[in-house]
Design a protein around this ligand. Sequence first.
Ligand code: GDP
Ligand code: CA
Length: 318
Amino acid sequence: MRSDFLEQIATLDVVCLAGGVGGAKLAEGLAQVVPPERLTVIVNTGDDFQHLGLTVCPDLDTVLYTLGGVANPETGWGRVGESWKTIKETDRLGGAAWFKLGDLDLATHLVRSQLLAEGQTLTAVTRHLCIHFDIQVQLLPMSDQPAPTMIASEEELLPFQIWFVRERWQPAVREVCLPQDVRATPQVMHALEYADIVVLAPSNPFVSIDPILHAYPIREMIMDLPRAVVAVSPIIGGKAVKGPAAKMMAELGMSASSKSVARYYGELIDGFIYDQQDAGQCDNLACSTLISDTLMVDAKSRVRLATELLQFALSIAE
Ligand code: GDP
Ligand code: CA
């Protein structure tokens, strides 16, 4: 049964849409089950920003470090075994130190910024970094254009990282503002064209998944897919595992629940996986549902959830 399943999976192309922490964990689980040449992870770049003269791509780096086996498991961002000499000295010299950049992490931003300055695309730079982290899975930014997400609070319009990190996502969100005219890359469109299964990772629906869907024509291509589109809920027991997803839901006028996430994705998805803690909550949805243990606490639970997800997707596609 298991070898049958692995044989079947080996013939399918899987595309996963991911933000940072939640996305990276599921992407890593998928990477253990799907052959690398058949797995593409499309990552949100709405969080990217210029800081201390460098281009920082927080979600790409979280996925990069997780797939490369060098992520810091405690923070969910940055690298394991990190040191902080440079940022401390930056602070002392009066530089902006509210965004923590470790010494190892800085090397990524230096190399990326240099290659971008030489005229390479973010897609090419990401491939370069993947080679050096020995990652075989195809990791793609959603767009090569800057696509900065802005947060409209009651008082003002804030760049995403100012709201998220400097203001610790405390200002209430009135609206998430995504830029117009962002285009997906040819590599992203190619991956979606051949995708048998599309996965929406348990990432923040508003500031991680939406910006990806908003890069034309990603949403349209996923809508038109003949095969299964499956989302995993980032909400467990009415709460986000980490970050502002549940708080944002309340502020945007919906109940903080898995059901709201499924409704929010609406017709885009064919299948929805949500946590056993919320069992029964999504009984009356239009799409297929699977109840599981969706908290990915270690490598084993990531692989288990990824395997269940693929089996579920196959059952929907049949
Ligand atoms: P960020 O860019 O680092 O904020 O990352 P994402 O948007 O990818 O992930 C944040 C979301 O992941 C939050 O809404 C969390 O609730 C969710 N999340 C994190 N870990 C897990 C997990 O183990 N299981 C599930 N179901 N959701 C998770
Ligand atoms: Ca993020």
